[in-house]
Design a binder for this molecule. Sequence first.
Ligand SMILES: [Zn+2]
Length: 496
Amino acid sequence: MLHVLLFRVFYETFFIKSLPLQDYYLENMKIEFLGATESVTGSKHLLITEQGKQILLDCGLYQGLGKETEGLNRELGLDATNVDAVLLSHAHIDHSGNLPLLVKQGFRGKIYCTEATFDVCSILLLDSAHIHEGDVSFINSKRKKKGLPPIKPIYSVKDAERCLKYFKPLPFNTDFQLNEEISFYFSENGHIIGSAAINITAHEKGKTTKLTYTGDIGRYTDPLLKAPAVFQQADYIICESTYGKRLHDSQTDSEAKVLQCVQKTCVDKKGKLIIPAFSLGRTQEVLYILDKLTNKGLLPKIKIFVDSPLSKKATHVVSLHPESFNEELKAYLKEDPEPFAFQNLKYVEDAEESKSLNDLHEPCIIISASGMCDAGRVKHHIANSISNPSATILLTGYCAPGTLGAALLNGDNRVHIYGDFFDVKADVESVLSLSAHADYEGMIRYLSCQDKTRVKTIFLVHGEADAKTAFREHLLEFGFTQVLIPEKGETFEIGS
Ligand SMILES: [Zn+2]
């Protein structure tokens, strides 16, 4: 710091103060943590360079925090007009979902991401805007009855469309010179299609600082995607910690489990198999399993529905990016170029057609969103089948506490759907090994490409408090020397 102080004394003594001080007084680069510090949503980290350039890593929405959520999302915690660029790790809404508000508030730089992330954002951001508009019109109809003025959505479909014009897709593993101080490249992290770790190199005052933001880290055994890749030796790492204290069950054979559920439900009991699944990722994994079972001649000849317009679009986008597929799936493509399409599969887009499936009295499989059963069309399918002993609900992923999916996983005898109580008489099964996040062993394996003595600090984000604390202990045990858990709004100097 001495040279900085001397420079300041020199500056203050000899220079006419007609230019702002910050133009001359260079400080170390900083990182400010603006989101995903107390929970797993709302990712937003601001890098401020020595020359005062502001680079935002992700701009996600908070989700599932009850009444607080709305307020947290309306307040970005920064001046959007001062942000020079956004580097986006992946398209999940908790990482990308507040970009339309950033643009609405005056951001005019570029949003850099991978090509697949741009394609996925093109559908997810519009879907998110539709949800906000729908929620607000529902709230406004209630406010009107109370004589209250209407409120506006956080952002509209138009805002989301406008935001997409600022995207600049880049290929993986290719250096991009953002400005004279900063270059970066995206590396595969195996979480969802297009997802990336962001590897930044800063050249400032004759020294070089390397910072990697892991984004969300995927699994080494993902059914569709390439495993997470090694990344540059970093001085600083911002690392997710969702499963910082958890190990996945690696023993579950998803294909066998799905086949067993189909056999028991659709063949033995002639019932409906309802599979709640997120539109992006899980739906394609389930379709790939069913495609393999079809090719092996193991599926009975029954109707299979994907009842979600978003799932149809997401499946199309995933199929456009085979460059991200793992070796097994690439080899499979040579035998079957359409791994998510097979006989008897039908996409349902129309809402009336979706409802009409309730009157279908024959064995079938219905894959529908959302995966946690807290929203979307899957709710009416569950309401329709939950009290029928011949039906099965097959849950495919983590369900947050308080959701219908969590109640079902918990073995509740009665559940609450659309204001009514239903007795649970259907079978409830799960195939939870299909997680998009690495467990703590997977995350440590991902970080093991680093020379631990050269990593000055790992900052943990994107995890519940107990997961972060546990993961910090694992990392220190593994040999990293400094692991910090930043709080919201905290700023750290890096590059000194
Ligand atoms: Zn994610």
